[in-house]
Design a protein around this ligand. Structure first.
Ligand code: ZN
Length: 262
C-alpha cells in the first residue's frame, strides 16, 4: 500500500544472563527490545509492541513495579527514562495521543510496558493472551507485570482470535504464533517498495537459539513453539525475512534513527 512506512526503536535495552533467553546458554548478552512504529496512509500511527515501562529506569520504583529482583535479573540498568516509548515518540515528533492502534505480540513485561501511555488508541491483542496475562500459570507470573495492565479495562480493546488481516487491505497481517506465550502473534507488514517483512517478536529471543530450535525459558508450550518455528522458517524460505525482537544483529538490519522502510 502506497504511503505505508515503518521504523524501529529500542525501548528496552537489557543485559541479562543469556540463559534467561536461551536455555543453557553461557555468559551475558546485551539485547534490544524492538518496538515498531508504523505510519499507515489511512489508519495513522500504529505501534508494534510498547517496550519497558518508565518506572524501570528508577531502581526503587523499578523493583516495586516489576517485583523484587526482576530488574536485576533482566539487567535493565541501562534502561533510562528516554528509552520509554512515549519519550522516543516525542523525539520523533509524535505525541502518544496521536497513536491510533497499539498491536501487541504478547503481554510480557518487555512488550506491554507502555500500554497506559496510549489512552486514545485501539489496543489489538489475541484474546487468549489477554485472558492468560490476567491469570498466568504461577511459573510465568514474573513476566506478566500486572502493573502494566492497570488501565486495561479502561482501554478500547480489539480482541483477535487467530490470523487476521487487520485493516482488510493486506498492509498489516497478524499471524498467531503461539508457543512463547499462548496468544503470541507476529506481524507481516506489506511495504509498497520492500515487500513483505515479518516482525516475529519472541518466536526466538536470539538468532542462534532460534536457528538451532533451542527452547527458551518462559516458553508457555515448547510443542506449540516448535510448530510456530516451522511456520516461520517456511516463511523465511519463501523469501519473507523474519526479525526477532531481542536479537542485536536483527535489530541492526532494521531502519532506525530517522530512517524508514517503505
Ligand atoms: Zn520479549
Amino acid at each position: 500500500m502506497a504511503g505505508l512506512r515503518f521504523t524501529v526503536v529500542d525501548a528496552g535495552p537489557l543485559r541479562p544472563d543469556k540463559n534467561k533467553l536461551v536455555a543453557f546458554a553461557q555468559g551475558t548478552v546485551s539485547v534490544p527490545t524492538t518496538v515498531g512504529i508504523i505510519e499507515h496512509p489511512k489508519h495513522g500511527l500504529i505501534l508494534w509492541d510498547t517496550g519497558v515501562n518508565d518506572a524501570i529506569a528508577d531502581p526503587e520504583r523499578g523493583d516495586a513495579y516489576w517485583g523484587p529482583g526482576i530488574r536485576d535479573a533482566f539487567g535493565a540498568h541501562g534502561f533510562t527514562r528516554e528509552h520509554a516509548i512515549d519519550a522516543q515518540l516525542k523525539r520523533l515528533g509524535s505525541r502518544p495521543e496521536d497513536v491510533r492502534y497499539v498491536v501487541y505480540s504478547h503481554l510480557h513485561l518487555d512488550h506491554a510496558g507502555g500500554m497506559s501511555y496510549f489512552p486514545n488508541a485501539v489496543h489489538v491483542i489475541q484474546r487468549e493472551e489477554i485472558r492468560y496475562a490476567l491469570w498466568p500459570d504461577p511459573w510465568t507470573r514474573p513476566v506478566y507485570c500486572q502493573n502494566d495492565f492497570r488501565d486495561l479495562r479502561k482501554l478500547e480493546l480489539l480482541e483477535i482470535e487467530g490470523d487476521c488481516d487487520l485493516f482488510e487491505d493486506g498492509s498489516l497481517r497478524l499471524i498467531k504464533t503461539a508457543g512463547h506465550s499462548p496468544g503470541h502473534q507476529s506481524l507481516i507488514l506489506n511495504l509498497p517498495q520492500r515487500g513483505k517483512v515479518c516482525l516475529g517478536a519472541d518466536v526466538g529471543h536470539q538468532r542462534d537459539g532460534y536457528e538451532a530450535m533451542v527452547p527458551m525459558p518462559w516458553d508457555w508450550s515448547t510443542s506449540a513453539m516448535s510448530m510456530t518455528r516451522m511456520r516461520m522458517k517456511q516463511m523465511e524460505r519463501s523469501g519473507v525475512p523474519v526479525f526477532l525482537c531481542h536479537d542485536a544483529g536483527d535489530f541492526s538490519k532494521l531502519p532506525s534513527k530517522g530512517e524508514f522502510w517503505e
